[in-house]
Design a protein around this ligand. Structure first.
Ligand code: S3P
Length: 435
């Protein structure tokens, strides 16, 4: 679907964003390993978390969905049954990598695969540690399909992440549930810690690294879980509100876990006015309402290598925001962007050039000076949800943007284009999650 995006009216009133993708995956997976029924509220009703549910069902788990409420009938740590077909993770790296960790501890064979994009993504990063733990894990030239023959008892390991990746960390911690002893993961930069929080694991901070350990055999209780809104989805609305004159809105119930909220610091540093209100700090996952008013960045948006892993999913939105506000942009130490749902360095650079910006791309990042002029452009989303939604902001602020394969937004933000349509038409809020 090719979608033209016209200038939007000011963003006013209340906006609701869908549930957090990373937390939705983990909540479903851990509920499946729990003893009894867990109820997940605010579950993200998008393609990616539904891939996790589909795989769990193929592994014998009963999952009932009713909109954003999901009931998972857990069968305990060792309750999954052998699948009769390949497990299809769709576009979702989180599904494939986290589930691999769990399947490493199950003594049957399973094959995990995905769509064209996922079949291009690197898997040796999970093959190596899970093999060290004693499972047989074979990728196809380092990519999916991944064939796993798990073991009932794995070996505990101490592992330092070679790339900053919460997916790899989580795969090892989940496999650690099946190990005879304590498994430890060390990371030089802390990546998102939702798995640690859900399992109640202690994180230790050293001068040069963070480490987290899990003891094999722990029991996972069934529970009720409230999933906050996804800050990685909120960022598109923050960017639009910051750049569209007259905007003054409140984005409700956004997750502000400290391992995810560095994007707010980057935005505030550049001059965007964001106020946190109604914060619930003592929840399992902290959340706030975010009040954002028209306040385009006045300073260049610079993301240094230490910050990059903390804002890895928000870089498309931050780059487009900088261009909209005609300030410079640079990101470094972001080689991981090349192995996301698309090669985001190449695709962002290509689309920013189509829009009239002189982008200098290098292996681990890209930069541009304040753009002198912006033109009409057709954006090649490459089926990458975050590229499509980032350039929707370009359209809402400046008009004259058409997005190819726009339907890919459904991977993480159901109802995104309906919301954009309402904002373009200036329909009054509140904008519910599904409008
Ligand atoms: C995620 C971790 C990140 C992120 C992805 C979700 C997760 O990937 O980009 O959207 O839920 O653990 P990496 O672990 O590959 O960095």
């Amino acid at each position: 679907m090719d979608l033209p995006v016209r200038r939007a009216k000011p963003l006013l009133g209340d906006l609701h964003i869908p549930g957090d993708k990373s937390i939705s995956h983990r909540a479903a997976l851990l509920a499946a390993l729990g003893n009894g029924t867990s109820v997940l509220h605010g579950f993200l009703e998008a393609q990616d978390p539904h891939s996790t549910i589909r795989c769990l069902r193929s592994l014998g788990i009963r999952v009932e969905t009713s909109g954003e409420e999901v009931r998972v009938h857990g069968r305990g740590l060792r309750g999954l049954s052998a699948p009769t077909n390949d497990l299809h993770a769709g576009n979702s790296g989180t599904t494939l990598r986290l589930l691999s960790g769990i399947l490493a501890g199950h003594p049957f064979e399973s094959v995990l695969t995905g769509d064209d994009s996922l079949r291009r993504r690197p898997m040796n990063r999970i093959v190596e540690p899970l093999t060290l733990m004693g499972a047989s894990v074979k990728a196809t030239n380092g990519k999916p399909p991944v064939r796993i023959r798990g073991k009932e008892r794995l070996k505990p390991i101490s592992y330092t992440l070679p790339v900053p990746s919460a997916q790899v960390k989580s795969a090892i911690l989940l496999a650690g549930l099946y190990a005879d002893g304590v498994t430890t993961v060390e990371e030089p930069v802390q990546t998102r810690d939702h798995t640690e929080r859900m399992l109640g694991l202690q994180v230790q901070r050293h001068a040069d690294r963070i480490s987290v350990s899990v003891a094999g055999g722990m029991t996972i209780p069934s529970r009720e879980f409230r999933i906050p809104g996804d800050i990685s989805s909120a960022v598109f609305l923050i960017a639009a509100a910051a750049c569209i004159k007259g905007s003054d809105c409140v984005i409700r119930r956004v997750g502000i876990n400290p391992t995810r909220s560095a994007v707010l610091d980057v935005l505030q540093h550049s001059g965007v006015r964001i106020e946190k209100i109604n914060c619930l700090e003592d929840d399992a996952e902290p959340l706030c309402d975010l009040h954002v008013a028209f306040s385009p960045p006045e300073h260049p948006v610079h993301i240094d290598p230490g910050t990059t892993p903390l804002v890895i999913d928000e870089i498309p939105a931050l780059a487009v925001l900088a261009a909209c506000a005609r300030v410079g942009f640079s990101v470094e130490g972001a080689g991981e962007l090349r192995v996301k749902e698309s090669d985001r360095i190449a695709l962002l650079s290509e689309n920013l050039r189509r829009w009239g910006i002189d982008v200098r791309e290098h292996q681990n990042g890209f930069r541009f000076d304040p753009p002198a002029s912006l033109r009409e452009a057709t954006i090649e989303s490459g089926g990458d949800h975050r590229i499509a939604m980032a350039f929707a902001v370009a359209g809402m602020v400046h008009g004259g943007i058409t997005i190819n394969e726009a339907e890919c937004a459904d991977v993480s933000f159901p109802g995104f284009w309906n919301l954009v349509e309402r904002l373009v038409a200036g329909k009054p809020g509140p904008y519910s999650r599904m409008t």
